[in-house]
Design a protein around this ligand. Structure first.
Ligand code: SAH
Ligand code: SF4
Length: 377
């Protein structure tokens, strides 16, 4: 692997900071708006294309900043379906982003909703027992430019505008807090990518202190919690993070967030056979969700190669949902393929890592729409 690039990514800087930097270098502050207009409105790929800027300014920019385009290694999926993008970063690390088209069942045929599921780290340190992203451990945080870069690159490759973002790719977003919030500012601002805060969802495995920090941040982004267990006993069995932040601590932080933001939180709950899908689990979930008026999003477990867990059959899923409904919880279940793929971010990268060469051979068959495992069918 080559050394990390020394120049700062142009996709990692806010308007305000760029203004300061340009002024320090002897350029008028208003040039910052022009530069970012080239970057985010016109989407140029180099400073030499910023034709209305003086040559001296372009030289300063090229000296201090770089365009680090993400290199697409593989794309899985077709035009009208979920598409998975595997990107190589400047240091050779691999990450994935997943583009999910609107579901006609949920949003109507004419919806132009396009959701991108983005990664925030290379690997993940939290080691949830059901998740592909954590299987090889954590390598590093993504920089803000690498987070923003996923949106720009997918828009350029697909020719489509992304309307919604979910931070549900590889990694734990709240463990990369500074870069996450820097990226959010760029993604949300009118001088940047301009995606509305309410169309952005951050998912966390439950880092209580950072949930409170996010609550104190004025941006109105939405919060989802990967709950997956409604008692400490069950949650601990599959999510080691629960030892550090047990359910009570997590729920207090969630309540604080809901109160500060005047927003309802979503609990994500993967249904894993005989682990968290019993009637008593549903009853416990009703209790926890009611306490903070959270919505619940159930996701049938998507198999991961090398892991022994199974997804419950549909009858068992329905029984679980019925308990939630009777308990008055607002709950949905994701059954579309695309969402399964999104929910299982980290799998494509694993298939492609050199240490996984055997699994990698499966890629040819997976070209159409992912392998049986990939598609969670
Ligand atoms: N680290 C953050 C962000 C990743 S989100 C978090 O855990 O919330 C990825 C989502 O997909 C999480 O809700 C995660 O629990 C879920 N997931 C992971 N492995 C999965 C699998 N095999 N099947 C279904 N969902 C899975
Ligand atoms: Fe990390 Fe989230 Fe996967 Fe847990 S579910 S290992 S926190 S990416």
């Amino acid at each position: 692997m080559s050394a990390a690039p020394l120049k700062e990514s142009i996709h990692a800087i806010s308007l305000e900071r760029l203004r300061t930097r340009l002024k320090e270098a002897g350029h008028p502050g208003y040039r910052a708006e022009q530069v970012l207009e080239w970057v985010y409105q016109k989407r140029v790929a180099g400073f030499d294309q910023m034709t209305n800027l003086p040559a001296a300014l372009r030289a300063t920019l090229a000296q201090e900043f770089a365009f680090h385009a993400l290199d697409p290694v593989r794309v899985l999926g077709a035009e009208d379906t979920t598409r998975k993008y595997l990107f190589r970063l400047a240091d050779g690390a691999l990450i994935e982003s997943v583009l999910i088209p609107a579901s006609p069942a949920l949003y109507g045929e004419a919806s132009d909703r396009r959701t991108l599921c983005v990664s925030t780290q290379v690997g993940c340190a939290y080691g949830c027992k059901f998740c592909a992203s954590g299987l090889d451990g954590w390598s590093r945080n993504l920089g803000a430019g690498e987070i923003v870069g996923q949106i720009l690159r997918v828009e350029a490759l697909s020719g489509e505008r992304i309307s919604n973002l979910v931070f549900m790719g590889m990694g734990e977003p709240l463990a990369n807090f500074a870069n996450l919030t820097a990226a959010l500012e760029i993604l949300n601002s009118p001088w940047g990518v301009g995606i509305g805060a309410r169309r952005i969802t951050i998912s966390t495995s439950g880092l209580a202190p950072q949930i409170r920090m996010l609550a104190d941040n004025p941006m109105q982004v939405r919060l989802a919690i990967s709950l997956h267990g409604a008692t400490n006993e069950v949650r601990q069995q599959i999510m080691p993070v629960n030892r550090k932040y047990p359910l009570e601590t997590l729920l207090e932080a969630c309540a604080y967030h809901a109160e500060r933001k005047k927003q309802r939180i979503t609990f994500e709950y993967i249904l894993i056979e005989n682990v968290n899908d019993r009637e008593e689990d549903a009853v416990a979930l009703v209790k926890v969700a009611s306490k903070i008026k959270a919505k619940v999003n159930c996701i049938p477990y998507n198999s991961v190669e090398g892991l022994e867990w199974n997804r419950p059959d549909e009858a068992r899923q329905d029984d679980f949902m019925a308990v939630l409904e009777r308990g008055g919880v607002s709950a949905t279940i994701r059954r579309e393929k695309g969402h399964d793929i999104a929910a299982a971010c980290g799998q494509l990268r694993r298939q492609t890592l050199p240490s996984n060469a055997v699994a990698d051979l499966g890629f040819a068959e997976a070209q159409g729409m992912g392998s049986a495992k990939d598609a969670g069918s």
